[in-house]
Design a protein around this ligand. Structure first.
Ligand code: BT5
Length: 256
């Protein structure tokens, strides 16, 4: 089913499916064939929901939000990862309305409540020598999952809005609010770049001064997080006092 409405940049046209392999895969396919900026692909369930590095995103029906937004920002390829951070701020604003003061954005793409993952973001890009052709911004938010709905291996690390608030929430109402917030923050990003997002991101990241480990494929870097750079990279001071900029990886905060 497809709906068309509004003059907004985001969500003017929404394509609903009851089941897809992955909304990112479908949105990418359609974007390659010209689907315009702001179109959204939503599925009630995904049979091959994806995380980064071929990880799986658990995506059962009737519970959560799985959606992908086609973006065509006029930016250099090197700025594309900033779209993930922009979306993190939008989702954090959204969830903070339900759980004030409890939402943390874990650089670069996880949203946590009470230390558990409630949302994951997966951005995928097609580029050409002139820059970004399009970016698929994929967002999965656990809305009405109960603890028992999660795969056993996720029960200690994942959460949902229902678990955190104690009550079910209407998924479409949340989707509508999410589109408004992406509209807002993507607008800021197009006008001011990451510098318009950075303070909001830092307010949710809760990272500065913490001892962290960043793992990317086989590379492990440790040190103290000193902040987020103007381009969205994480800044880490290693044991020798050398400041490093890190563009990709999984961050964990080390104890002690
Ligand atoms: C992510 O990857 O967190 C990105 C997830 C993006 C999902 C959306 S849904 C709509 C769109 N279409 C897609 O196919 N994908 C996007 P990563 O940081 O690599 O984290 C993946 C890890 O999160 C997994 O290895 C599990 O440990 C955990 N996980 C899987 N499903 C989860 C869930 N529903 N809730 C919380 N954690 C989950």
């Amino acid at each position: 089913m497809t709906t068309e409405a509004t003059d907004n940049r985001i969500g003017g046209c929404i394509h609903f499916f009851s089941l897809l392999d992955s909304t990112n895969t479908t949105a990418y396919y359609l974007a390659q064939r010209g689907l315009p900026e702001g179109n959204i692909v939503i599925a009630d369930a995904q049979s091959k929901g994806r995380g980064r590095l071929d990880r799986t995103w658990q995506s059962p029906p009737g519970r959560n939000l799985y959606l992908s937004i086609v973006l065509r920002p006029p930016i250099p390829v090197s700025h594309a990862p900033q779209i993930t951070l922009m979306a993190g701020v939008a989702v954090a604003d959204l969830l903070s309305a339900y759980c004030p003061g409890k939402v943390v954005v874990k650089w670069p793409n996880d949203i946590l409540i009470n230390g558990k993952k409630i949302c994951g973001i997966l951005t995928e890009m097609k580029s050409s020598p002139t820059g970004v052709d399009f970016i698929i911004l994929g967002i999965g938010i656990n809305i009405n999952m109960t603890v028992e709905d999660f795969d056993p291996e996720l029960r200690d690390t994942a959460t949902s809005l229902r678990i955190e608030t104690g009550a079910p929430t209407d998924r479409l109402a949340i989707a509508g609010k999410l589109f408004q917030l992406i509209e807002k923050w993507y607008g800021v990003f197009l006008l001011d770049g990451f510098k318009g997002i950075r303070d909001a991101f830092l307010s949710y990241a809760n990272l500065e001064g913490k001892p962290i480990q960043v793992v990317f494929k086989n590379d492990v870097q440790t040190g103290v997080a000193t902040g987020i750079d103007e381009d969205g990279s994480i800044l880490l001071k290693d044991r020798e006092g050398v400041l490093r900029r890190i563009m990709a990886g999984d961050v964990s905060i080390m104890k002690g």
